[in-house]
Design a protein around this ligand. Structure first.
Ligand code: 5GP
Length: 198
């Protein structure tokens, strides 16, 4: 498969990585397209099927696992499956564009392992777990139970940060956005990778 670059942003839920990814998608020279994940969770608020996620049933998700359709997949929270379909990366690379992922730490590291040369893996670090809790509560999109589930996972996720290529501290959003832009610019301007066939 002839392809461009892969840019992974991973972080605990509520750390602001989605804001960073959205910002980068609006920088035309980065030539990025968002990898739309498949998930078995219910859509939230204004989320649109085929734009934010491919919302599919747990049954269909498990069928895709059986068919080996996923580049990576994860049961991020109990009974909530998330995964990147191989066809998604193929679709974006076929357009000659670079792929940007907003996925969990395990999935992010898996992509880095599969495509070490092509992938820039960035961990977005929130100021603290307490701050995460405040942000998740403000978002008002999840129940107390779901928020606690996400907070419990956050500490485990924070421990994986050193395995990423870069860590961005998101205490000042403006700085985080600038830093992210610079990192991606540098990565996509690097020479073509050896695994990429002409
Ligand atoms: P949310 O439910 O808040 O949209 O996402 C929950 C977590 O799942 C986030 O950390 C998000 O980045 C992650 N996630 C979204 N899509 C994928 C995916 O395709 N694979 C993996 N491994 N994680 C994903």
């Amino acid at each position: 498969m002839k392809g461009g670059k892969l840019i992974v942003f991973s972080a605990p839920s509520g750390s602001g990585k989605t804001t960073i990814v959205r910002h980068l998608l609006n920088v035309p020279e980065l030539n990025l397209e968002f990898s739309i994940s498949a998930t078995s969770r219910e859509p939230r608020g204004h989320e649109i099927d085929g734009k934010d996620y491919y919302f599919i049933s747990t049954k269909d998700f498990k069928q895709h696992i059986k068919n080996e359709d996923f580049l990576e997949w994860e049961e991020v929270y109990r009974d909530n499956f998330y995964g990147t379909l191989k066809t998604e990366v193929e679709r974006i690379w076929a357009q000659g564009r670079n792929v940007i992922f907003d996925i969990d730490v395990v999935g992010g590291l898996r992509i880095k392992k599969k495509y070490p040369k092509e992938t820039l893996a960035v961990f977005v670090k929130p100021p603290s777990v307490d701050e995460l809790k405040i942000r998740l509560k403000k978002r008002k999109t999840e129940s107390e139970e779901k928020i606690n589930m996400r907070i419990a996972k956050a500490s485990v996720e924070m421990a994986t940060a050193p395995q990423f290529d870069f860590i961005i501290e998101n205490d000042q959003l403006e700085n985080a956005l600038k830093e992210a832009e610079e990192l991606v610019k540098e990565h996509i301007s690097e020479k073509k990778s050896p695994t990429e066939k002409e």
